[in-house]
Design a protein around this ligand. Structure first.
Ligand SMILES: [Ca+2]
Ligand SMILES: [Ca+2]
Length: 262
């Protein structure tokens, strides 16, 4: 969204698999609060594709409708190929340019194909359908809220006009126009949020995280947290007037639920 707030200077050098200590400390506290909630009666397990419905950080909203982080945890309501959905939380409204979400019903596991689907609000120009309005995101996952691993991503556009070419951004989210709408096509209503051709969004497969011990641990223990970070906060070019806007994140397979061959 184009609404902006003053942002504090932040380290911008691209890094893989790392967050600064301040983020770790903040998330550590919030994870403790999150885990404390586990003493409450167990929630209904995720029996099928389910969106992340808990906001871990930031917990407080800022100004305007796009400053409400709950809009990233209330399901996905896209506006189709030619319109930016409004049921979103703008990362412009965050101090660190990121949001961390979780599932109250379980942990995402690695099944066949994509395991996460990220929905931003990219859309095409109706007068020039070849032109895509997009705002890139780095997607990171964690099993413990302390160690986060980025999905592999690389930017190949340099500092010039190629930044506006979607092909310059490989492994980022924020490129799939969102056709999925919770109220019309929610689970059981005809469209699988992981049917990218029909639902839009950007799919991510935990199998692509790599072969490090940390990646193996996330796959073994399951994804408890997903963090979405505006690409420019990682030192990549800022290509439009605003940061990415988060509509929601779906998980496909969940630990302990026999909805695929584990
Ligand atoms: Ca997978
Ligand atoms: Ca939403």
């Amino acid at each position: 969204m184009t609404d902006k707030i003053a942002l504090s200077p932040l380290p911008v050098a691209p890094r893989r698999g790392a967050r600064n200590d301040r983020v770790r400390a903040t998330l550590g506290v919030l994870v403790c609060l999150f885990l404390a909630g586990c003493h409450q009666p167990a929630p209904t397990p995720c029996l099928g594709p389910s969106y992340a419905d808990r906001v871990i950080d930031p917990q407080a909203g800022t100004f305007g409708p796009f400053g409400d982080p709950n809009r990233a945890a209330n399901g996905v309501r896209g506006a189709g190929d030619y319109g930016g959905g409004g049921d979103v939380f703008s990362l412009d409204q965050t101090r660190l340019g990121s949001i961390t979400l979780a599932w109250s019903c379980g942990r995402v596991s690695d099944g066949p194909g994509a395991d996460l689907a990220v929905f931003e609000n990219a859309f095409r120009d109706e007068a020039d359908p070849g032109f895509l309005y997009f705002e890139p995101l780095v997607v990171s996952v964690s099993s413990d809220g302390v160690t986060f691993i980025d999905f592999p991503h690389v930017y190949r556009g340099g500092r010039g006009g190629r930044a506006r070419d979607p092909r310059s951004w490989i492994g980022f989210a924020g490129f799939g126009a969102v056709r999925f709408h919770e109220d019309s096509f929610g689970p059981g209503q005809g469209i699988d949020p992981f049917d990218t051709a029909r639902a839009g969004g950007d799919p991510f497969d935990l199998a692509t995280l790599g072969e490090t011990a940390e990646a193996a641990r996330v796959r073994a223990e399951g994804v408890a947290f997903v963090t979405l970070t505006a690409a420019e906060r990682r030192g990549f070019p800022r290509i439009r007037g605003g940061s990415a806007d988060i509509d929601g994140v779906y998980g496909r397979f969940f630990q302990g639920v026999q909805n695929h061959e584990e």
